[in-house]
Design a binder for this molecule. Sequence first.
Ligand SMILES: [Zn+2]
Length: 545
Amino acid sequence: MRYKFLFLITGIALAVSCNSPQKDYQFTTSDIESHIDTLSSDYFLGRMPFTEGEEKTVAYLVNEFQKIGLEPGNGDSYIQEVPMVSILTQPSETMEIQSAKEKISLNGLQDYVFWTQRTDSAVSFQDAEMVFAGFGIVAPEYGWDDYKNIDVKDKIVVVLVNDPGFGTEDASFFKGNTMTYYGRWTYKYEEAIRQGALGCLIVHNTIPAGYGFNVIQNSWNSSKLYLDDRGKEGYKLAFEGWVTLPTANRLFEMAGLNERELLAKARKPDFQAIPLNLKASSSLKVEATYNTSQNVVAKLTGEQNPDEYIVYTAHWDHLGVGKPDASGDSIYNGALDNASGTAALLALAKAFKESKTPNRSVIFLAVTAEEQGLWGSAYYAQNPIYPLEKTVANINMDGINPYGKMKDVSVIGVGQSEMEELLDVELEKLGRYSAPEPNPVAGYYFRSDHFNFAKVGVPALYFHTGIDHVEKGKEYGKELQDQYTAEYYHKPSDEYDSSRWNLDGAVDDVQLLYNIGQNLANSNQWPAWKPGSEFKSIREGYMKK
Ligand SMILES: [Zn+2]
């Protein structure tokens, strides 16, 4: 077995070095294996922000970047501090709803879940008017505005999950079943904030949401992490939350409406928000705790265009020590998620340092607090060390292939940017190919750190391991992935085990990530967003000279 794989790797090495002399680095499993093994060991305590696990992880990363010989990426420091606040919302048990005819009481947790980003010690609202605002979307590129001709200031907006394209089987209407950012729950709250609403309730529905109400119930009465924006805070909703579909139907009925008709209306571009003539009252208590975590950043200065940047990212954090599993293990090691991507980041840093210095600068950014809301990358994107208009692209890694060699990679968010073409060119040279992600409905594009770069307009590339196993085919590859999701994902069992892991495919993927970055770092190319991308106008806004 081993000999055969070694032979394959050597074969690829020859092919690549003949084609493009600049790619003088050939990865092997030893570039990544020990980093995965180390970072996912119990010593790092599951790499939870604000804990001893963070201190150990950050120290390890800084030490490795120093050993490699990279410069500090933030002035004379390898650290970018990320101030955060943990907000514990204790909601009152009920929400009262008053119509012209009757008054009902909804039960928290069972009928709805809500929380707040406000840090005041208590938040309450009395007889706040409720408005049905369709999908709660303002999307200029689709000529769409659910908030036209209505003022929702101081009102509670009730909106549908996902976007109007979902379930229409029409790929040209929004993106059909592929979720646009307008379909994500985070977007709904962001837009409600821009509209000055008092609160926002999303109507839950398992299929378009991609997960059950139980997932949302887990956030009841628990703390959530946010960036600490004291001193520059903007408007925040009094509360954000979800209602179950049966509860929403009850409210619509009280208003003399029904969900089916509302959905049909909400799918039309001439949709007009509908006041429900219902008034809601409830309150919540808040406890805010402030704490600082750390992004780790290293830099390789380019030779000809040092003020243009390629940024590689991987989140170093995971879930720490928590609820024990059946075997009594309580350390969430996060070997795949994301000791593996962090290991790849270190391997890439070493490879770039040992290769001919590229024309553009290359930044290696290990971000914190991905698991609790992509906060480390959000902080970087809002406080970029390197100007966004000089940042050529982001290449993100969140989990690398542990299953052995694959013919394909699975591109998250197909059709977004020209980074995909750069990927395809390099894949083809290696005799491999790209495939769209198997489950675009889940909106994975919005669920890792590259998304925060996209949100500020920087073209971002993110792919998962493929499923087309070189020796055993697609079904086998799919089976391994499903097994990972069921047995290891976000569980204490996500550990490194050399008998279970086969890093030969990871080596291929890291080589690919390297080749793409090298090409870009040695070109004058500025990959753009594709027409129809929700991020195109953001980029063009600040790139216009
Ligand atoms: Zn992850």
